[in-house]
Design a protein around this ligand. Structure first.
Ligand code: NAD
Ligand code: 0WE
Length: 268
């Protein structure tokens, strides 16, 4: 029971496939107490299911598009855990669907870019602002989820690549800003996983197939593997780690040209 008596706020559960579901599962397994959040009534019932499964203390509304919603949420967190929290998990990403389809230059719009950056990047800073005092009381930490598309180009990821690059920079700036208060800030860069956020993405299946051919482990990763890495970064075992982007991607990011790709061009 690595996290007995510790308290975490987990955002981003939308289904049993959500990465946040697996993170909440891992935290609960290690004895942590949880508050889970949802953005709107459509998703609330899924979060209620998770709350039951993981014996969560509370389920709170938190739409990160709204400062009022974030403030109201953390007012409740403060009421429940007024003497501090040990961590906040940000597992939120969104861009309008039309942004994630086709040629980057043509598909990207001012409005689409604004929404992608607001919901997928600024929201992490907004949560840090709201949680700062409570985190400082217990040497807490923040964790977010990012993707390789922030560094190198993948078809259709488009403006989300820009937003994830911005999110990763925010991890470093927040780590320095909050380090003096004993608060750590990290990210996990996860390999592709079939979740709701992957549904409707053109040729996601193909992306999974190619990823497992390039990755050193020759397979894709699971939500549980991200949950376990999250557990580590949120735990006292990671007390010396901040501003870090940790890859949980079966090694995919370390390979430029795989043996498999060589054979594609010249089969033998
Ligand atoms: P998911 O669809 O299960 O989770 C995305 C979450 O964002 C949902 O719970 C949704 O409710 C939430 N959300 C969207 N708008 C919101 C708002 N305004 N306020 C509050 N919450 C809002 O998909 P997922 O794959 O578990 O995504 C979680 C995170 O992991 C995202 O940041 C995503 O970019 C990242 N990630 C996913 C993959 C992948 O392949 N699935 C890989 C690397 C990183
Ligand atoms: O960050 C993500 C998901 C990003 C995402 C997905 C959606 C689909 C539904 C953001 N906004 C929306 N909006 C919707 O309406 N991932 C890392 C998963 C993902 O998405 C891709 C990927 C991968 C991997 C899009 C194109 C290419 C690869």
């Amino acid at each position: 029971m690595l996290l007995q008596g510790q308290r975490f706020v987990v955002t981003g559960i939308a289904s049993k496939l959500s990465i946040a579901w697996a993170i909440a599962e891992a935290l609960h397994r290690e004895g942590a107490s949880l508050i889970l959040t949802y953005p709107n009534d459509k998703i609330k019932k899924r979060v209620d299911m998770a709350a039951e499964a993981f014996e969560a203390d509370l389920v709170l509304k938190c739409d990160v598009a709204s400062d009022d919603s974030i403030a109201a949420c953390f007012e409740q967190v403060n009421k429940h855990w007024g003497d501090g929290i040990d961590g906040v998990v940000h597992a939120i990403g969104f861009a309008p669907m039309d942004q994630l389809d086709g040629d980057f230059t043509s598909a990207t719009t001012r409005e689409g870019s604004h929404i992608a950056h607001d919901i997928s990047s600024y929201s992490f800073v907004a949560l840090a602002k709201a949680a700062r005092e409570l985190l400082a009381m217990r040497n807490g930490s923040m964790l977010t989820l990012t993707y390789e598309g922030s560094i190198s180009v993948l078809p259709n990821y488009n403006v989300m690549g820009m937003a994830k690059a911005s999110l990763e920079a925010s991890v470093r700036y927040l780590a320095t800003s909050l380090g003096g208060e004993g608060i750590r800030v990290n990210a996990i860069s996860a390999g592709p996983i079939r979740t709701l956020a992957a549904s409707g993405i053109k040729s996601f299946r193909k992306m999974l197939d190619i990823s497992e051919k390039i990755a050193p482990l020759q397979r894709n990763i699971t939500q549980t593997e991200v949950g376990n890495a999250a557990l580590f970064l949120l735990s006292p075992w990671a007390s010396g780690i901040t501003g870090e982007i940790m890859f949980v991607d079966a090694g995919f990011n370390t390979v430029a040209i795989s043996e498999q790709l060589m054979m594609l061009d010249d089969p033998k």
